[in-house]
Design a protein around this ligand. Structure first.
Ligand code: ADP
Length: 485
């Protein structure tokens, strides 16, 4: 199958969230399966400034954006990843915006990107069977296929899948930005891409893609409900029969405690001694003292997260005094909303012996927290899939999480009598709900046998990409089938 993965970010090139892991891992997996796969991304400044070697294809394109025509050039890395260069749009410090807010021309930037994706296929004479679009930044692609490119024989057999990684991000713009899509006013209706007086790029993909998917089965059902549908539940309901859920995997080569070079010690589920060393080193590094052996015995809770409301941080902020009353330590790595950055910084100042907060995006520290913590906390308000809990499980770190979306699908609540289960789940989105789960978790902490069996259960569960990649290939076939009908 000829596959094009269109995404605003992908590892190993550029990453701000889980979406990058998905796009990168899938293309790697397909290559192993000998599928013909290309990846296409904007050429951000961060990619240009990195070590990645980019070759010029010599191809440039003229892309209409509203009444302007903007030049894009195509660069590539190896034969598999393509980058759309347009300095006016992508030569900026960040991907989508700064702490002050989103870039004001995001509609133009990603309408340009979406059109470039299709023009690139023509320029490279690469006729994809499927374009796998990801999130609002590529949401216009399926609609362009059905409108501007409808009569184009080149794309006659090309189907489109839109994967919604997070319905909370829709690419919403003022009505005046409709112009930059080059779609007629007839599309600015509730049946089209209007959304309460605004233009909605994600909705473009939702109405036009042959099939839709989300990143877990539970989330694919939750978003049909008004309370989790972000105003789009009605639209999704109409497409319920074309909506699927495929849970994400993690890259088992990147995330492998037995080989991870970023850790001070490696370990395996048969011998966890290296994990204790990782904990000691983490405590030493973050609390800047040599931990006394008593301190090493204390449960350590880790969090690696975007600092956004979705992640349930207000519950953590509310519950800190009670969490600490259990005599535990908390290490947090995160970046995001200024109000959370400020609150967490203040907390670490107030409880500097018990809470360590690092504001920033730090790959190495993330690995060390996954390995060195006893528990991994994810009290998310909603969670389409979540990668943090999958990585934690792989690293023998027990997840404590809210029973929602992908967290509900990938963590099995621990049953002390049968010793089945891999983590601790709670249902109510309240501080007391979360504290109950924490209490249950700490009760098991001193029971070495129970802890070990939980850790082993988690480490042995298979969340590699292989299975999910197979399921996506099946879904591509379904999309092709629907395209033919
Ligand atoms: P989301 O995509 O909503 O941010 P996920 O759990 O699906 O959440 O994926 C987040 C990914 O980004 C994980 O791989 C996590 O380890 C990583 N991550 C999040 N915040 C940071 C950070 N501050 N530093 C390093 N890695 C981070």
């Amino acid at each position: 199958m000829r596959i094009l993965i269109a995404s605003p970010e992908a590892v190993p090139y550029i990453k701000t969230g889980g979406l990058a892991d998905v796009a990168g891992a899938l293309s790697k997996e397909y290559r192993k399966m000998n599928e013909k796969v290309y990846l296409v991304l904007p050429l951000y400044k961060k990619i240009r400034d990195s070590q990645i070697r980019l070759a010029d294809t010599g191809i440039s394109m003229n892309i209409p954006v509203g009444d302007r025509v903007i030049k894009g050039r195509i660069l590539k890395n190896h034969q598999t990843a393509y980058f759309i260069e347009c300095d006016e749009f992508f030569d900026r410090p960040e991907l989508y915006g700064t702490a002050e807010g989103d870039y004001s021309d995001n509609a133009s930037r990603f309408a340009f990107f979406s059109k470039s994706i299709l023009e690139m296929c023509r320029s490279l004479t690469f006729k994809p069977d499927i374009i796998h679009c990801n999130d609002w930044q590529t949401g216009l692609v399926p609609l362009y296929l059905r409108t501007l490119y409808r009569d184009d024989a080149f794309f006659k057999k090309t189907a489109a899948l839109l994967t919604i990684h997070n319905l909370g991000y829709q690419g919403l713009f003022p009505a005046s930005h409709m112009r930059v899509t080059n779609l007629g006013r007839e599309f600015f209706t509730p049946e089209g891409i209007e959304f309460y007086g605004k233009v909605n790029f994600l909705k473009a993909g939702m109405i036009a893609a042959d099939v839709l998917s989300t990143v877990s089965e539970t989330y694919s059902r939750e978003i049909l409900l008004p309370e989790s549908g972000f105003g789009l539940d009605g639209v999704l309901k109409k497409r319920e029969h074309d909506l699927y859920g495929i849970v994400n995997g993690i890259d088992y080569e990147e995330w492998d405690p037995a080989k991870d070079k970023l850790l001070p010690a490696n370990y395996h589920f048969k011998d966890l001694s290296g994990k204790a060393l990782c904990k000691r080193e983490l405590l030493r590094m973050l609390f800047k003292t040599v931990p006394k052996s008593r301190e090493e015995q204390v449960p350590l809770i880790g969090m690696v997260t975007r600092l956004s409301e979705q992640k349930g941080l207000d519950l953590v902020l509310q519950a800190v005094p009670e969490i600490l009353s259990f005599g535990v330590k908390l290490v947090i790595l995160g970046k995001g909303d200024e109000r959370f950055q400020k609150s967490f910084r203040e907390l670490s100042g107030k409880y500097k012996d018990s809470i360590s907060v690092t504001i920033g995006f730090d790959e190495m520290l993330a690995h060390r927290i996954y390995a060195g913590s006893d528990y991994f906390l994810m009290p998310s308000k909603y969670e389409p899939c979540g990668l943090g809990q999958l990585i934690a499980l792989r690293y023998g770190t027990i997840p404590i999480a809210r029973r929602t979306g992908g967290l509900a699908d990938t963590i099995e609540d621990f049953e002390p009598l049968t010793r089945r289960g891999t983590g601790f789940l709670f249902a109510d989105y309240t501080a007391s709900g979360m504290l109950d789960a924490l209490k249950r978790a700490f009760c098991v902490y001193t029971d070495t046998e129970k802890m070990q069996s939980m850790i082993r259960n988690g480490m042995q569960t298979d969340f590699s990409w292989k299975r999910s990649a197979q399921r996506y290939l099946e879904l591509y076939k379904t999309a092709l089938q629907k395209r033919r009908e």
